[in-house]
Design a protein around this ligand. Structure first.
Ligand code: IMP
Ligand code: MG
Length: 224
């Protein structure tokens, strides 16, 4: 558990576990036989994973070029609408090259499928996928990432680059924001909070905050 911004965060994958897995993925990638490799990190959510994985790739003997693409998927709260928008493109020509696309989470797969289709349309020889987390059973289309860090429970997670309304990206671990405890009349009178039933983060991340930076902020654009 950690306390951040007045919220309790339950740790799902700690920093040491992630670092060890990054080293394994880097070995896997080193053995995959990529040639003239261009790594494309999808902003914003993958920036921490990409930074760590790239250094692990160096340790594994690879020296890729690195680019960034900024994609946005829109929706309400923490659910993607399915529409992916290119916000900022890469600068490199990918024709004839092997590309490795890095993202934080593979959920519906729409974001990463958009990036892969774009690279292949531009003539990339290979456009493989490396994701830190995969949420099983959520794919909108058949899609398999070649390199996967961990299977993630069907919860809205934050940390290690991933956010809820731009917060929590700095956490060195991946975790779940525990739901705020509802106030009973008596607890409210005492100025304390009642014990909460086991809650789901989807609500905590999308709608439980009050005030100008609360509900509206969490319902805003969902940043990949
Ligand atoms: P997609 O549904 O696979 O297209 O995922 C879209 C994007 O939503 C991913 O790139 C993530 O950045 C983001 N995302 C999906 N699930 C979560 C989550 O649990 N926490 C934070 N971001 C998420
Ligand atoms: Mg993302």
């Amino acid at each position: 558990m950690a306390r951040v911004r007045g919220r309790t965060i339950r740790v799902l994958f700690d920093a040491e576990t992630i670092a060890a897995r990054n080293r394994e993925i880097a070995q896997e990638i080193a053995k995959a036989g990529y040639r003239n490799l261009l790594v494309v990190s999808i902003l914003k959510g993958s920036f921490v994973f990409a930074a760590d994985l790239l250094r692990a790739l160096h340790d594994a003997g690879l020296s890729p070029e690195v680019e960034f693409i900024s994609l946005s998927s829109y929706g309400t709260g923490t659910t993607s609408s399915g529409e992916v928008r290119l916000v900022r493109d890469i600068e490199s020509d990918v024709a004839g090259r092997d590309v490795l696309i890095i993202d934080d989470i593979l959920e519906s797969g729409r974001t990463i499928a958009f990036a892969r289709d774009l690279m292949l349309k531009r003539g990339a020889v290979r456009a493989d996928l490396a994701v830190l987390l995969e949420k099983p059973g959520k794919l909108a289309q058949p899609l398999a990432a070649e390199h996967v860090g961990f299977t993630c429970p069907d919860l809205f997670v934050v940390g290690y680059g991933m956010d809820a309304a731009h917060a929590f990206r700095e956490l060195p671990f991946v975790g779940v924001v525990e739901e705020r405890r509802p106030r009973t009349a008596r607890a409210a009178a005492r100025g304390s909070r009642a014990p909460a039933p086991a809650g789901r983060i989807r609500r905590a991340a999308s709608g439980s905050r009050r005030g100008s930076r609360g509900r509206a902020a969490y319902r805003s654009r969902r940043e990949p």
